[in-house]
Design a protein around this ligand. Structure first.
Ligand code: ADP
Ligand code: AMP
Length: 216
């Protein structure tokens, strides 16, 4: 299964991808996670991405497409993958079609987690992540039991770009560059929308019910 999880920043893509990874045993490929890892390691890629991420802008297409092309060629993607946060522009979507053609694969399903704008800032600002295992929490909607990660005891932190000012720019980038992909994938006949305002487990249930009905 080649899945694309779409949705505005804070819609719940990472949260749902983690659940789908467990259910379907295919890897989650998050360009945001890849950029954050590169920033942490101080690589050239990290240096190139950091300024864009801090400003809430998209990283240039040629950089983003390059890392996805490399990642999808890895062995663990043979039986499928969940793309989380890619593509975010029409140029990236066109490039993805080309990459998949080269790999002899096609998109099984594009799942858009639809959440209205007024929910998104609260979701992002309240997000907390585990430094060790990457588990996602929310101070109000999915609080950890204590001060550390429920899964592994790791330290919890807040992303630098999860503040109101940067989120406004990220939502602007979503509207300008990513929203057009809804029609792009509707026209390709692979698009499904899920109501992301529902509780986390209900969103998962809806996603799984779509996925069990689609065939590769
Ligand atoms: P994305 O990967 O789309 O940016 P996340 O999965 O990281 O979004 O979710 C953003 C924040 O919202 C996290 O703190 C997460 O715990 C919380 N969240 C995710 N899904 C829901 C939901 N259905 N209802 C309430 N909060 C949610
Ligand atoms: P995310 O973790 O998906 O919220 O992404 C965090 C940041 O990484 C974004 O605000 C962008 O700066 C950058 N980023 C992640 N994915 C992409 C992408 N597909 N194209 C361009 N920039 C991206």
């Amino acid at each position: 299964m080649q899945l694309l999880l779409m949705g505005a920043p804070g819609a719940g893509k990472g949260t749902q991808a983690a659940k789908l990874v467990k259910k379907f045993s295919i890897p989650q490929i998050s360009t945001g996670d890849m950029f954050r890892a590169a920033v942490k390691e101080g690589t050239e890629l990290g240096k190139a991405a950091k300024a864009c991420m801090d400003a809430g802008k998209l990283v240039p297409d040629e950089i983003t497409i390059g890392i996805v092309r490399e990642r999808l060629a890895k062995d663990d993607c043979k039986n499928g993958f969940i793309l989380d946060g890619f593509p975010r522009t029409v140029e990236q979507a066109d490039a993805l079609n080309k990459i998949l053609d080269e790999l002899g694969k096609k998109i099984t399903c594009v799942l858009n987690i639809n959440v209205p704008a007024e929910y998104l800032i609260e979701r992002a600002v309240g997000r907390r992540l585990c430094r060790k295992c990457g588990a996602t929490y929310h101070v109000k909607f999915h609080p950890p039991k204590g001060d550390t990660c429920d899964e592994c005891g790791g330290e919890l932190y807040q992303r630098a770009d999860d503040n109101e000012a940067t989120m406004k720019n990220r939502l602007g980038a979503y509207e300008a560059s990513t929203r057009p992909l809804i029609d792009y994938y509707k026209n390709a006949g692979v698009y499904t929308e899920i109501d992301g305002r529902q509780p986390i487990d209900k969103v998962t249930e809806d996603l799984v019910s779509v996925l069990t009905s689609v065939q590769d």
